[in-house]
Write a protein that binds this ligand. Structure first.
Ligand code: ATP
Ligand code: MG
Length: 491
């Protein structure tokens, strides 16, 4: 189920901007204030998971929580935390090895590998809002990542346009900037010379507005204004010296400079957002300049065509045929801000996982299949381990089984029935069996196409274990007052 987060910021209470609807574990945990220091550790691992792989941010926290629950039970049976930790260490090795064992690599067959990627995208997206158009969005994410050719996913521009419905979202092979040209300028440029800048066009004005100037008459004020205008003009002339067709500034350009540029036949785009500009510079192969004294040293950007396009009812600017052919844009449409924002988070999760998988290549089965597989291997280890450590190892296996239990619970099914069926299926060698969340039975995950990336699964397993062990090592929380500092002024 999704969660609604309501901001407690007094400026946002009661406003639409203060509301987030999400199902992304990291986003939820990031937004809620937690007091308990161990809870903070859990929030932190979910963030790390988000940064490292993007998906599995809920799984990692759930698993760490279950490990701690097991530890609590064992500690209450007078088993020392060190014994538990030693048992867990053996268990995690077996779990990670068996996960590697049941993973698959289809990267030598492009067609099969694309299917793998599609399945991973489907699994990541199917619990999210975009699940209504699952196949469409999965294809879109896979196409975007395959275009990248190993480049970082920052090359993918995501823009959000309110209106239409989720299905109207699309992948475009050009680079789209959510901005407009200045008034009365050329709106279609062929092979333009592009200068990307981050410079204030009005510094001097701010200086004058901030400073007090005493004058004897109104004419003097007019003189100052004229001087100010001259300075602006000088700067614009310097920029025009670069012999460019298109000037893009991250900051505002203002009317007067825009006018001069329009007269000189240069198109302008002002106030382009920060990430957009960085990405644009990357894909056009140019640099972002802020001084204009040496035109000969500047790297200009270019592409085959720049033109104004319509997305829904609003205008945007499209760069076609950029030198870095990998660039592309995902345009997200939706009927409310909240839907688009959640769609963006989901698409971002999928893109992260996919770009990881393109590198690491291996896949495992989802839907609880790999957790049950690991838990059986860990149980085998428990059987041959002498002493109390065996109890800790058993606990580890139980914690792993909690993932399918919770999945079944969340789907509204009889969890203990399903999980015991799964165990028996796996014990009989049907290691591809997992939860079929549509029918409420167990099913072959290969047929249901529920795949996950090995990297994401093993990362969440390792982080959950590390965090649980770290908390288990703690036997007391001590509230320390901050170190008293001596005021240097006292001496
Ligand atoms: N169609 C499906 N059938 C069965 N299990 C599924 C299906 N789709 C996903 N799963 C399982 O659901 C779990 C993922 O759930 P979910 O995406 O809500 O959480 P997460 O990936 O851990 O965190 P988040 O997506 O919030 O970062 C995985 O264990 C996956 O195997
Ligand atoms: Mg997920």
């Amino acid at each position: 189920m999704d969660k609604i987060l309501q901001s407690t910021n007094p400026n946002e209470v009661g406003k639409a901007s203060g509301v987030t609807v999400t199902n992304d574990g990291a986003t939820i945990l990031k937004s809620i204030p937690v007091e308990n220091p161990s809870a903070k550790i859990l929030v932190n691992i979910s963030r790390t998971q988000d940064d490292e792989v993007g998906d599995g941010t809920t799984t990692v926290v759930v698993l760490a929580g279950e490990l701690l629950r097991e530890a609590e039970r064992l500690v209450s049976q007078k088993i020392h935390p060190q014994t538990i930790i030693a048992g867990w260490r053996k268990a995690i090795d077996v779990a990670v090895n068996s996960l590697n064992e049941c993973s698959n690599d289809n990267s030598d067959n492009p067609e099969l590998f694309r299917q793998d990627l599609l399945n991973i995208a489907r699994t990541t997206l199917c619990s999210k809002i975009v699940a209504v158009e699952l196949d469409y969005f999965s294809e879109m994410c896979v196409d975007a990542v395959l275009r990248l050719n190993g480049q970082p996913i920052e090359m993918i521009q995501i823009i959000k346009k309110l209106g239409g419905q989720l299905k109207d979202s699309f992948l475009d092979d050009g680079f789209i900037l959510d901005k407009e040209f200045g008034v009365g300028q050329n709106k279609c440029l062929i092979n333009p010379r592009v200068l990307i800048a981050n410079t204030p066009m009005d510094t001097d004005k701010i200086k004058i507005m901030g400073a007090k100037v005493r004058t004897s008459s109104v004419t003097k004020v007019a003189e100052i204004e004229a001087a100010e205008k001259r300075k602006m003009k000088n700067k614009v002339l310097k920029i025009l010296n670069h012999d460019i067709d298109l000037f893009i500034n991250r900051q505002l350009i203002y009317n007067y400079p825009e006018e001069i540029m329009t007269d000189a036949g240069v198109s302008t785009i002002e106030h382009a957002d920060f990430e957009g500009v960085e990405r644009l510079a990357l894909v056009l192969g140019s640099e972002i300049v802020s001084t204009f004294d040496h035109p000969e040293l500047v790297n200009f950007g270019t592409c085959e065509r720049v033109e104004e396009v319509m997305i829904g009812e609003s205008k945007a600017i499209k760069f076609i045929g950029v030198p870095k052919g990998e660039a592309c844009t995902i345009v997200l449409r939706g009927s409310s801000q909240h839907i688009i924002a959640e769609a963006e988070r989901s698409v971002h999760d999928a893109l992260c996982v996919l770009s990881q998988t393109v590198i690491t290549k291996r896949t495992v089965l989802g839907g609880g299949a790999s957790e049950i597989y690991m838990s059986l291997k860990v149980e085998e280890l428990a059987r041959i381990t002498p002493g109390k450590q065996a109890l800790a190892i058993e606990g580890f296996a139980r914690a792993l089984r909690c993932i399918p239990t919770i999945l079944a619970d969340n789907g509204g099914y009889d969890a203990s029935e399903l999980v015991s069926q799964l165990r028996s299926a796996h014990s009989h060698g049907n290691i591809h069996m997992g939860l079929d969340m549509n029918k409420g039975t167990i099913g072959d995950m290969r047929e249901l196409r529920v795949y996950e990336s090995l990297k994401s699964k093993s990362q969440s397993l390792i982080s959950a274990h590390e965090a649980a062990e770290m908390i288990l090592r703690v036997d007391d929380i001590i509230r320390a007052a901050p170190r008293q500092r001596q005021d240097p002024r006292m001496h």
